[in-house]
Unconditional design. Sequence first.
Length: 158
Amino acid sequence: MGKIEVPAIEGWFTTGDQPTLMGTRCRTCGTVCFPPEAALCRNPGCASTELDPAPLSRRGRVWSYTDARYRPPPPYVPRTDPYQPFALAAVELDEGLVVLGQVADGYGVDDLAIGAPVELVVEPLDEDDDSVTLMWRWRPLAAGDPPAGSQPAGEEAT
């Protein structure tokens, strides 16, 4: 029997072939936020408590990036021993949000540039005897891939 896959943070992203980050959208003012809000709109000019789940764009553009050359302090648990540096990207989505995340396995800062397109992927973060914990990451896209928010002809956005 295989290990069960569980998201590192329940409700923040979906898994599967077309994973998405999950935010919330205010019914009153339309403000979109991530991570999802459970209580009230984050717009300081709106007091609404009526929020709907909102899947966010799967693709975006690199707003900024860096690498984690030094091992973060506890409670951070490195995936490899010895510690291997990893890249982080702040990605601007079509919704106007900037979301920080690690860059996908096999990619580093040399694969990133400001304004370059990236796509959300879900990869293993950790595992034990029974389960694999999953986390979202940003995968750089090749120059020929469609730009963020676009769909190939004849396909609907998900």
